[in-house]
Design a protein around this ligand. Sequence first.
Ligand code: TXA
Ligand code: MG
Length: 315
Amino acid sequence: MKNIYSNIFSFNQKILKRTVKALNKGDLAGLPTETVYGLAGNAYSKKAIKKIYNLKKRPKKNPLIVHYYNSKMANNDVLLNDNFFKLYKKFCPGPVTFVLKRNKKSKINSLATANLSTVAIRFPNHWIIRSILKYLSFPLAMPSANLSSRLSAVSASDVFEEFKNKINIIIDGGKSKFGIESTVIDLTKKPKILRPGIIDSNKIKKLIKINFSKKNSKIKSPGMLRKHYSPGIPVILNKKPNNIRYAHIIFGKKYKNKKNTFNLSKKADLKEAASNLYKTMRIIKKKGYKKIFVTKIPNVGCGIAINDRLLRASK
Ligand code: TXA
Ligand code: MG
């Protein structure tokens, strides 16, 4: 189907071949996943990884997630352990990322992992990304398809907004189902959640022992500390705006609908709210609002991930 963008394509055999060819050459592509859109490149190629960091303006010390079709493909690059298999069986392919020890014979480019001795791996569950991964002889390094510190992209046009024509291929896979990034779990020692995501941590706790120590003894996910997920205008939490020029993000039925209110979920469904979060903030910015005020979101289930992103956006 034709659209107004010269680099956004619907998925078909022809575009599959073209994407595989581009990735083989070390070029990048904007691809849909069930969490958010990714900026994909060959994880074994220095050329591709350099392009990812440059295009995103991402600090080199913030490592990338490496994406595979299945665990067999990941076996050469990381040391898979018991905890990994317990979670893999239950949640994969799906919105969860595992930090594991790097295998000595791994071919992953060291730039992609910021020279760490660990690698973050994921098995995404969107049919388009799975079709592509199946055709490749290498895994895909794939950060969220946005400029560093900005909102993640949840549609093909969001990806275009971030990179314009600097990438040749963006595949339209519809609106991302979950709309926030995967849960990142460190499995290199006592399991620890480094980034909350759509999966309720109680479901993870049922399968493996999780370390919930509050003290951040060591920076494990470098990307998690800085200002992040920013819409480019100030975000103020747990307050109502006193001016109609400021947008108000609300949740549930408690608030009256006004011109400047944006409801993440009228039926107070946290999953629905997560899927609307970035999209809503992008719309607000485009409408020219100068600030975003956000009502309190329940801090349970994936509300924990929503609050994590909002807190970073407000920094
Ligand atoms: O849902 C997602 O995970 C999306 C889609 C595209 O797959 N990707 C994504 O990538 O969110 P990115 O680059 O935006 O976030 C990756 C996070 C960062 O916080 C990074 O610091 C952390 O994963 N990370 C990567 N490798 C790591 C490692 N070896 N140890 C600890 N954290 C790591
Ligand atoms: Mg990101």
